[in-house]
Design a binder for this molecule. Structure first.
Ligand code: NAD
Length: 418
C-alpha cells in the first residue's frame, strides 16, 4: 500500500489531468484531492499490521475463555460518485485492503479515467492479480454489484435515490453489508459575534471549491439578522470576484472551473430558472457564464422561501442561499429542518456557543469557524438521509472487518475424567 501511495504521488500531475479531462475539476483542485487521498492510503497502510483481537479472562462460571478475532469480509465492492474520484477511492479501497479484503471498485461513468489508471499502479506496486478489480460501467454495472451473491459488502457514494436502490438490492440478494455516503443540504450558521471576513471567505471561496460539487458543501447560509447586511455585501463581492476568475480547468492557475458535464449543467440551470420564475431575489450570478462549455455563474439567492426547491433540495453546483435568523434556537431549528444530515458549520467567536450549537447539529460533521476538512484519522459520514455507516478513521476500517467470538471450554469432559 505504501508503494502504491508512492507511485500515485509520483503520478500526481497525470492523475490530476485525467480527472480534470473527465469531469472538469481544475487540475489545481484535483492535485489537492490526490494529496488528501495519499494521506488516507498511508494512514491505512499503517493499520495493516496492527489489527488485533481481544481475549477475556475466565470470568464465566465455568471458567471458559473467550477470544474475539477480527476477520476480513471477503470480496467487497465500492460504487463511486464522480465528484472526487481520488478521495472516494482511497476511503473505500485503503481500509478494505488493510483489513485483508479483495475489492471490486466501480468508478462513476462520468469520471473513470484516473481510477482505471490506478489499475496499472496496483500491478506495479505488486498487488497480486485479482486483489483490486477496477470495473467501469454505469447504473446497470452498479446494480449488478449491489445484487451480487458473492459480494460481502458494498460501499456506495452517490445520490440518496440510488443509495436507496443499492440498499434494496442488497436486502433482496444476500443481505450484504451496506455503507451509504449520500447527498446533503448543509447549513452554515453565522452568528452576530462571528469574524465576518472569515465567515465570508469560508462560505464563498470555501463553498465554491469544485464549483460547489462537494457533498458536504454548506449551500444554505443562515445569518443573524443584525449582521446580515454586512455579511451579504461581503458574499456578493466574493462571488463576483470568483466569477471573474473562472477559467479552463487544465490551466494550472485555475481554481474555479465548469461543472461536470452537460447533464449536470442543465440540472443546475433548471434550479436557477425555477427560482427566478418564483421571484426569488438574486444577489449574484444567476445564469450561464459565457456561451461555451458548462460554466455556471457563482450564484447567491437571498431569502428564498423556506419551502422552495432551491432552499430544500441538493443542487450540487455553485449555488448558495442566504436566510436570516433571530436567535440561537431559531438558527438550530432552521439548520436541522432538512431530510439530510451530512455537513454543517458554525461561525462565532464564543467557544461555548460553538460547542453548544455543534452538539445540537443533526449532522455527521460540524466545522467551527471554517469549512469542514476531512482527515484520514476521523470518521466521515452523514445522519438521516445523508447515509448510513462511516468511512475514514478507525470506524472506516472496522466497517471492513467482522468480529468472530471464540469460546474455549477449559474443562472438557475428557480431561475431567482423567
Ligand atoms: P448517482 O447516485 O447518480 O451515481 C452514483 C454511482 O451510482 C455511479 O457510479 C452510478 O453509475 C451508480 N449507479 C447508478 N444507478 C445505480 C443502481 N441502480 N445501482 C447501483 N449503482 C448505480 O450520484 P452522482 O451524480 O454520481 O453523485 C452525486 C451525488 O453523490 C450527490 O448527491 C452528492 O452529494 C453525493 N456524494 C456524496 C458523498 C459523501 O461522501 N456523502 C461524496 C461525494 C458525492
Amino acid at each position: 500500500m505504501l508503494r502504491f501511495a508512492d507511485l500515485l504521488e509520483a503520478s500526481t500531475e497525470r492523475m490530476a489531468e485525467l480527472e480534470s479531462v473527465a469531469m472538469g475539476q481544475p487540475v489545481s483542485v484535483a492535485k489537492k484531492a490526490i494529496a488528501g487521498g495519499l494521506s488516507v492510503w498511508r494512514y491505512y497502510a499503517g493499520w495493516a499490521g496492527k489489527i488485533r483481537g481481544d481475549s477475556f479472562m475466565p470470568t464465566e462460571a465455568d471458567g471458559s475463555y473467550k477470544l474475539v478475532q477480527y476477520e476480513p469480509l471477503g470480496v467487497c465492492a465500492g460504487i463511486c460518485a464522480w465528484n472526487g474520484s481520488h478521495g472516494l477511492a482511497a476511503w473505500k479501497l485503503a481500509p478494505a485492503l488493510a483489513a485483508g479484503n479483495t475489492y471490486v471498485l466501480k468508478p462513476s461513468e462520468k469520471s473513470p479515467l484516473a481510477l482505471l489508471e490506478y489499475g496499472r499502479l496496483f500491478a506495479e506496486a505488486g498487488f497480486p492479480p485479482g486483489v483490486v478489480n477496477i470495473v467501469p460501467g454505469a447504473g446497470p454495472t452498479g446494480s449488478a454489484i449491489a445484487s451480487h451473491m458473492d459480494i460481502a459488502k458494498v460501499a456506495f457514494t452517490g445520490s440518496a435515490a440510488v443509495g436507496r436502490a443499492v440498499m434494496e438490492a442488497a436486502a433482496a440478494s444476500n443481505l450484504k453489508t451496506v455503507t451509504l455516503e449520500l447527498g446533503g443540504k448543509s447549513p452554515a450558521l453565522v452568528f452576530a459575534d462571528a469574524d465576518l471576513a472569515n465567515a465570508v471567505q469560508h462560505t464563498s471561496a470555501g463553498f465554491l471549491r469544485n464549483s460547489g460539487q462537494v457533498c458536504f458543501a454548506s449551500s444554505r447560509v443562515l445569518v443573524h439578522e443584525s449582521v446580515a447586511d454586512e455579511y451579504v455585501r461581503g458574499v456578493k463581492a466574493a462571488f463576483e470576484a470568483a466569477r471573474l476568475q473562472m477559467a479552463h480547468s487544465l490551466r494550472p492557475e485555475t481554481v474555479y472551473g465548469p461543472v461536470a458535464d452537460r447533464k449536470q449543467f442543465e440540472r443546475i440551470m433548471g434550479f436557477l430558472d425555477h427560482a427566478k420564475a418564483e421571484g426569488t431575489q438574486v444577489l449574484a450570478g444567476g445564469g450561464r457564464l459565457g456561451d461555451q462549455g458548462t460554466f455556471v455563474e457563482p450564484t447567491v439567492f437571498l431569502n428564498p422561501d423556506l419551502g422552495s426547491r432551491v432552499y430544500r433540495e441538493e443542487i450540487f453546483g455553485p449555488v448558495l442561499s442566504i436566510n436570516t435568523f433571530r436567535d440561537e434556537d431559531e438558527a438550530v431549528r432552521l439548520a436541522n429542518d432538512t431530510s439530510y444530515g451530512l455537513g454543517s458549520s458554525v461561525y462565532t467567536s464564543d467557544l461555548g456557543r460553538a460547542l453548544r450549537v455543534a452538539d445540537k447539529m443533526d449532522a455527521g460533521t460540524v466545522g467551527i469557524n471554517g469549512v469542514f476538512i476531512t482527515s484520514a484519522q476521523t470518521p466521515f459520514g452523514g445522519f438521516k438521509q445523508s447515509g448510513t455507516g462511516k468511512e475514514s478513521g478507525e470506524e472506516g476500517l472496522r466497517a471492513y472487518l467482522r468480529a468472530k467470538t471464540i469460546h474455549i471450554n477449559m474443562h472438557p469432559l475428557s480431561s475431567a475424567k482423567q
